[in-house]
Ligand binder design. Structure first.
Ligand SMILES: NC(=O)c1ccc[n+]([C@@H]2O[C@H](COP(=O)([O-])OP(=O)(O)OC[C@H]3O[C@@H](n4cnc5c(N)ncnc54)[C@H](OP(=O)(O)O)[C@@H]3O)[C@@H](O)[C@H]2O)c1
Length: 282
């Protein structure tokens, strides 16, 4: 298959690697040059712009930051990809934007599924992500062999029409953001109560925070959040999408405000910095 992959960030680079391993023709593009060298060494072609990347593509995968970045790139795709090409948007964008983008590309005879992923860089490297797909049955059927390259087959799900995957994904990340903020305030409460932080973290690891702390405890212990897998910037974007989509979510809105405040000192760092910020600085 001829595949164009646009967006070689932390996730996109790993996902595009699986496309090459499967033997497909791969053309890649990233806004900032210099991210493609490893993929090029393995046989990918690097395009100079999105239009060149998609010129002969049967499938166009987007793995960008959020809805605004897709809004920047997609018109260039729509004007250049062959009619009938299928756009597979892995970006976390929210349901409204997914519907907007499906309509945009349909005007150029292209097809669109939203296919945001659940899981971070570890599962992306292993090809065991969850993938939540919104689109027609035909488009899902045409996307699924690629989705199985980065998703575990039992976790690749066709969940409804365009936008349905993005709606589910927002709920997943809203919960994650609230959890990160909640843990931060648990640590702050423990400090106010004079508890030993390490002993408190040991006990919290046995509670509903266990899954989160199994991954993030080393960062919380060291106060060094620079080994980013999922950035605080992305988390702030997703909390903002959730609040905008629902109108009123007071707890989530408070977590969004905290994430935005934390960005002042932790931009680019892992989203676990939200816990650290609320525990120590917020
Ligand atoms: N990281 C995770 O654990 C994870 C897990 C699940 C879902 N996601 C979602 O997956 C998507 C990608 O995540 P990531 O961690 O790979 O993000 P990332 O490392 O921050 O990469 C973002 C990518 O978007 C590109 N980009 C940003 N703005 C752009 C614009 N205006 N025009 C063109 N390209 C633009 C960046 O290009 P430059 O290199 O030029 O900046 C980069 O390639 C996001 O929607 C995120 O929410 C991430």
């Amino acid at each position: 298959m001829r595949v164009a992959f646009l967006g070689l960030g932390r996730m996109g680079t790993l996902m595009a690697g699986h496309v090459l391993s499967a033997g497909h023709d791969l053309v890649v593009w990233n806004r900032t040059p210099g991210r493609a060298s490893e993929l090029v060494a393995r046989g990918a072609h690097e395009a100079e712009d999105p239009a060149e990347a998609v010129r002969d593509a049967e499938r166009v995968v987007l793995m960008l930051f959020g809805p605004d970045s897709v809004r920047d790139v997609l018109p260039k795709v729509a004007g250049a990809a062959p009619a009938g090409a299928l756009v597979i948007d892995g970006t976390t964008i929210g349901p409204e934007a997914a519907q907007e983008f499906a309509a945009l590309v349909a005007n150029s005879g292209l097809r669109y599924v939203d296919a945001p992923v659940a899981g971070s860089t570890g599962p992306a490297a292993e090809g065991t992500l969850g993938v939540l797909v919104g689109g027609s049955q035909q488009d899902y059927d045409d996307a699924v062999s690629l989705l199985h390259l980065w998703g575990a087959p039992e976790k690749v799900r066709h969940v409804g029409p365009v936008g349905a995957g993005s709606a589910l994904k927002l709920c997943v990340n809203q919960g994650l953001g609230v959890m990160a903020a909640g843990l931060g305030e648990s640590l702050r409460l423990g400090r106010e109560l004079g508890l030993d932080r390490s002993a408190l973290l040991d006990v919290l690891s046995m509670t509903a925070y266990g899954w989160y702390l199994a991954q993030k405890r080393p960062m919380l212990d060291s106060g060094d959040f620079s080994a980013t897998t999922f950035s605080l910037d992305l988390m702030a974007k997703d909390l903002d999408l959730a609040v905008s989509a629902a109108g009123e979510l007071p707890v989530t809105a408070a977590c969004l405000a905290a994430a935005q405040a934390a960005l002042g000192s932790h931009a680019g760092e892992d989203y676990a910095a939200l816990s650290g910020f609320l525990a120590d600085e917020g």
